[in-house]
Design a binder for this molecule. Sequence first.
Ligand SMILES: [Zn+2]
Length: 793
Amino acid sequence: MPDSNLQKMTMNGKSSNAKYITAEEGGTQVEFAGPQMSGTRRGPARWSRVEQMLTLACLLLTIIVVVLIIMIVTSTASHDKSKVSRKKPVLAASIDGGYPIPDDLELTNICLTPGCVNAASRLVTTMDSSVEPCNNFYDFACGNWNKKNTIPDDQPSYNTFSKLGDEIQVILKSYIEKDVDLTKDSNSTAKAKHLYRSCMNETQIDSEGLTPIHEMLADLGGWPILEGTAAKPRTQADVLDLLIKLNLIDQNVLIWQTVSADDKDSSVNIIQLDQSNLGMPVREYFLDEVAAARRTVYQKYMHDVAVMLGADAETAQRDVEEMMLFEIELAKITIPSSERRDNEEMYNKMTVGKLQELVPEFDWLVCLQRLFGHVGIEITDQEPLVVYAPSYLAGLGKLYQSTDNRVIVNYLLWRLMMNWVNNLPSQYRNIKNEYIKNIFGSQADPPRWAECVSFVNMKMGNALGRLFVEEHFDESSKDTALEMIHNIRDSFYELLDEATWMDEPTRIVAKEKADAISEKIGYDDSILVDNELNKEYEEVEYYPDRYVDNIITFLKHTASSKLKNLRTPVDRTKWSTSTTPAVVNAFYSPTKNQIMFPAGILQPPFYSKHFPKYLNYGGIGMVIGHEITHGFDDRGRQYDKDGNLVKWWDDVVIHRFKERAQCIIDQYSNYTVPEIDMPVNGLQTQGENIADNGGIKEAYRAYRKYTQRQHTQEKRLPGLLQFSGDQLFFINFAQVWCGVMRPQASINRIMTGVHSPGRFRVIGTLQNMPEFSEAFQCPAGSYMNRKERCSVW
Ligand SMILES: [Zn+2]
């Protein structure tokens, strides 16, 4: 996740420049015009062997568990079957690595449904019973994750989210590779199948060779680096012309531009400008002395791509060095993401005319007129726009004036080329491998089918989502999720009431805001209606044998759809774009004051209708609480109930809020990621940490309320009989964050991510939570039961 723009959606979705929408889980991604680069990708065919072994292991374990239970039931039938006691949980593991059966456990109080047995098997195989939970709950809950999962070669990291994402990919593959069936397929799903076919049609792609890429470059005015010293000189008009052409195929290089809801008038769409991301994912890779080796690899990648496309090696070397110097200057003027958290300060509304005065080096009016003229929208110098990084644009203006146009044109097209590599014939694609390995740590390309499923899911997420929800989504989970949202929101009201640092007027308005949060669960209903779904894709046509044309069609369509939004009111009832059904993530949109839980996350280990409630509350319940709390984190709190950026807090209350947030910032800054010996950036991750801390508290309270209403403890899990429902709530919560990262991925995450690493999402929140220490009877002063606690909500 590069540090440009307000914030991005990440995980399995594209690293879009979606405007400040918080997503549940983050990772660094390569922005990519075609199928995604192996920076983040996923489980290939070789993976299925691992899966088979795991399945076998789970099956064996299930059998062992069931046999054990039968033995227990027969051998302890004469024991006193008194009520389950929560008084004295003995947590030390027995010699054989399992847990002793509490003497006083009523044996009818064990859940033996397949759902419970499966869940128990997962929990048991992931946790490390040799670790004392109060010493380190993450190591206790996730200690065996590493032993059961390896990072697939094509991925920089592997965790609960990506594992579930991989499973969804396999399901999507089975739908999308079927032939088009005119009696069943809608227009849209047929188009999605054609798009997938074209991506898989390697014979066709290979037979075209490099012709399509050369044609595209010619359409864009030619890449000087390929023309050698004989290249015609480029003018500033050429640079602007190229910027516009790139924008019309959805490439935001140098300047990020979109049309989205105005932060201060969230019912109206407005043009927005910001700094753009850089070629490498971390700004510091361009600036820090210690990152010199990365720059060398990046520069080599530039050189290799140019030479592959026909550049003279010597000229290319000179051009590449100049591009590198230019990008270093660019990196210097970008603002680090940790300094981009005050939305009020970042929001600079002005007219095009005013921007012209601020950054006179570009002809903004002409650029915007040409851009929006493309979709028939007129722009005058009175057109309002929001600029999020005026100092960057001012710096860019100066850089533009002082840099040779050839260098800028070379750079703009390099940024397109670096992401276009996966669209090339198969023999050229490995040109990126050394770069990917060094920067992201992944070792190989994903199998083509996985790239193509991912590609179609990014480009036609609702069409593919339609196939997914029709065959794989349990409608009843919508009702359950809704009920949980209401219960968890009630917990948030309680926290609000208990927040003694708030004054009464602010508390009342905060309650109104929580009350106004709209919830979206599973998918947008419109995708099940043929006409509505087809409308989304009516302007595009995809052909099974025209891959490159299909990509360009898609990119042009995306760009013009964004532009067309300008004179269209914001539809608050719609899911935000990019939050399509088959993704494992959850979102909060501050301008819509909306929480979203796509179908992809409403699955085990987050949710199952067959789970006991403690698992669901520890899983999806925590996620729900997290998203609700985003409305009240350091950035979300700046927006009111209607999604407008207005100051609705008293200064004194803001001061108290900041003091509490500072406690969280300091707490997380003190954590060090052991594998890379780097501290967490507490400032950059504060919003997510605040949401994590509030979320788990809200979910736990809601779960406790549920058990109180039932007047009984829920059944326990086989193989985990020692653990109460309260304890299993925390174990399932922690296991959501199990995962491993390659060192490069960890560094990228620490440098750019807004989420703390999984280890500290568990430790940080639970160290702040007395209820956790009580559930596990952690002695005062133990690592998990520390004296100093931080709490915002
Ligand atoms: Zn979040």
